[in-house]
Design a protein around this ligand. Sequence first.
Ligand code: GLU
Length: 495
Amino acid sequence: MTSTVRVRFAPSPTGFLHIGGLRTALYNYLFARSHKDGKFILRIEDTDLKRTVEGADQDILDSLTWCGFKIDESPYHSGEYGPYRQSERKDLYKKYADQLIESGHAYYAFDTEEELTEMRERLEKSGNPSPKYDSITRQSMKNSLTLPKDEVEKKLSEGTPYVVRLKVPRRETVRIEDKIRGIVSFETKGLDDQVLLKSDGMPTYHLANVVDDHLMEISHVIRGEEWLSSTPKHILLYQYFGWEPPIMAHLPLIMSPSGGKLSKRKAEEEGIPINTKEYIKQHYEPEALVNFLAYLGWSPGDDSEIHSLDELCRIFSLDRVSKGGAVFNHKKLMWYNEHYMREKPDRELAERVKEIAFSNGVSGIDDDYLQQVIPLMKERVSKVDEFATLGRFFFEDPQEYDEKTLKKWKDDSPELVKAYREKIEDWDEEDFKADKLKAALQEVIDEKGVGFGKLMMPLRIATTGLSFGPDLFPAMELLGKETVLRRLDRAVEKL
Ligand code: GLU
């Protein structure tokens, strides 16, 4: 094994890249980059063709690229260890399955689906809640350990369908030293004789994963805790092949705020986007998601919270990854998002807002005008799309007012708004300034002897269509006299 760090992110393209997968990719990436000459490899584990989803593989690449990861080797980046898509390595795995049969660590099994079902039902009836094909049951099944040698050969030459199974020893303890969890031991007693090669000649995840990690000289396997239970099988495989296993590190689960693993269903219930693609579509800042995910199971050991991807690459270490589940705090993510969004130049934000507004059906926005909108809204929004939604009034007259807003429009609102309009209607355009507009409000409320909110709220509703938003007077100044007067009139008339 080489002494350089080589890690891989090895997703199965059975769906779009979810947030847990992205965190695994991130930790692998950070680990690779925290070592001199460390390599980050993307390997597509598509051996289960039935479950492969079209477009998933491109989605994975797009998501990693969006986060700013630079991939050293992958199906799309050249490398010496390819191909990097397991379906393109199919022919290679059989040789290794054969090698295990030869050495007595694997065997052919010819059982049909019906025979397997029958075995399971029989065992269930006799009180075994989780029947397995294991060191006991294999003795009464149709395989190369129970059938006479000539019959096995006959079946093979006739092309009878078969699978290759791992011969898991009856009683053995398999130990690993996990970088995060410490020593973990497993009893082989609870394991089944894992299928390594399926009847269509495709390897299962276990065989392909171990063979490829070895051939690609992977130094560290960093993956989610859900794979820990597969690890003893992998360790047996390394042992039987006579290979040194990579160093293992199993990352803590990502938990839902209401408890339990953050499943797709739970995420939906809590309004948490689950796929990276949704974060992209919903205009999150990639730097925010990266920074947030880095802290979901790791911390640098001080109270710093803001780190760019480059900084994270420098300070990340597996020693500081926690064992316990990490709770997904969406508010914290929004906090990161606000931070990174506010750091971006107004010009860049303006360009993005323009595109978003356009896709929301608002076109013809003047660039100079938009540049002035950005600073007014920047401290008020959490995501860039909110410039276009909460700030839609900057680009068009409010079309309708929602019920909650209407409740804040009171009986005396029309009269107060009219009085305000009269105060400002004869002003010259150059007098139409925030401080003067504010002073006019003060004058009206003094004259009418009412509280500040009595006029402020209806003015806001009339001008913006909303009961909350950025500072009203600078917004009015930017909108200009003509627009403001028109909106005040419309509100009085409509509401
Ligand atoms: N293909 C597995 C997955 O979908 C890889 C697990 C591993 O990293 O070994 O996550």
